[in-house]
Design a protein around this ligand. Structure first.
Ligand SMILES: [Zn+2]
Length: 365
């Protein structure tokens, strides 16, 4: 799935920032490192100043966390080891005046290749074509100061054009937001997922003919176990590092990554609705349209690392809530806006079929 730059404001609903790692190796070009570094930090500063969350977590990495000398001899000490701290969404690889040494370093090359195949976007300063070229998983910049242009493009890709333009202005860098080449965006027609407006409440009465899951008679202990094992399966799917994670099997069918993003939202909504049921008398739940959420939260841009963090966080929060519910909570009523009646217990059953069913959708059961 190729994320596309968008001009509409992005709804930053993810709980964690996009993780950007800058890779150090001997004789790297300092400007290729320092340029993007300044860009991401400046974008963070401007976002925070505007009352938003800092969109980027920036870190420096090297093999075995060893200090590395830039071209010319300046030594830079990284904060992380790229062989172990590789839970990144973007890895920025600087260029080098002489590429013989880095290209001959098998560990380094294997690591960059592996990082890319794990779904992390590899951004490198190397090719003198356009200011930058964005193919989706690989973004390249046209040499030296173009690393700044590429990093500004990454700011736009992960946040929005306005922040990227303000960052360029702050850096007094004449950025041409149209100076790069972006691969055609993948079709964004959303699939017909289990939209809330559709009635899936029959899963409360019988087994699902597709995934085979039967939540209808499960008690809280069994549901907690179902939640634990479904979440573990999802994290396993994301950890499998398949290059196909971001590929839609058909133009109108979500990729595994998009499904995983949706599942993290299902966990979030289940938590919110259960909390309402426990705290209010017969609350009416707000409508949720997964297809609208998918485009607002740009599921097509998610990386496996981001999906893993979101799923883990939302899944753990729901598990914790399940662990403290009492028998009275399970009988408390709630209403969906279409009039469907729930109790705490049926809401949990209903909510937990969905993530299990999507494991079936992505071929994991
Ligand atoms: Zn099902």
């Amino acid at each position: 799935m190729h994320p596309s730059p968008s001009h509409e404001p992005t709804v930053a609903t993810s709980e964690v920032a996009t993780r950007v790692g800058l890779l150090l190796f001997d004789d790297f070009d300092l400007l290729d490192l320092g340029g993007p570094y300044e860009v991401f930090l400046t974008a963070n500063r401007l976002a925070v100043r505007a009352g938003r969350r800092a969109p980027f977590a920036v870190s420096t990495h090297s093999l075995d966390r060893q200090p590395r000398s830039a071209y010319g001899g300046l030594v830079v000490t990284p904060g992380a080891d790229v062989t172990t701290d590789h839970d990144l969404d973007v890895l920025v690889v600087p260029g080098a005046v002489d590429l013989t040494a880095p290209l001959g370093d098998r560990r380094l090359i294997d690591l960059i290749r592996q990082t890319g195949s794990n779904g992390c976007v590899v951004a490198s300063v190397c090719t003198p074509d356009a200011d930058w070229v964005d193919t989706g998983p690989v973004v390249t910049a046209g040499g030296l100061s173009k690393g700044l242009a590429m990093a500004l493009h990454l700011v736009e890709r992960w946040t929005d054009r306005d922040l990227a333009e303000r960052t360029a202005e702050q850096l007094a860098y004449p950025w041409d937001s149209n100076g790069g080449t972006v691969a055609a965006a993948a079709p964004t027609a959303p699939p017909e997922v289990q939209a809330d407006t559709k009635d899936w409440t029959w899963v409360l009465d019988r087994a699902c003919g597709e995934c085979g899951g039967d939540v209808s008679g499960l008690d809280l202990a069994e549901l907690s176990e179902l939640h634990r094992s479904t979440l573990a399966s999802w994290l396993g799917v994301l950890d499998a590092s398949s290059p196909d994670l971001a590929v839609r099997p058909a133009p109108d069918v979500w990729s595994t990554l998009e499904y995983s993003a949706h599942v993290s939202a299902v966990y979030r909504h289940a938590f919110e609705r259960l909390t309402l049921i426990c705290e209010l008398d017969e609350p009416v739940f707000a409508d949720v349209d997964p297809n609208v959420e998918a485009s607002a939260e740009r599921y097509d841009r998610w990386t496996p690392a981001l999906a893993t963090r979101e799923l883990s966080a939302a899944g753990a929060r729901l598990a914790e809530l399940l662990s403290v519910l009492g028998p009275a909570d399970l009988e408390r009523p709630g209403l969906r806006s279409n009039g469907s009646h729930f109790t705490g217990l049926t809401l949990i059953r209903y909510s937990l079929h969905d993530p299990f069913h999507h494991l079936w959708d992505v071929g994991a059961i």
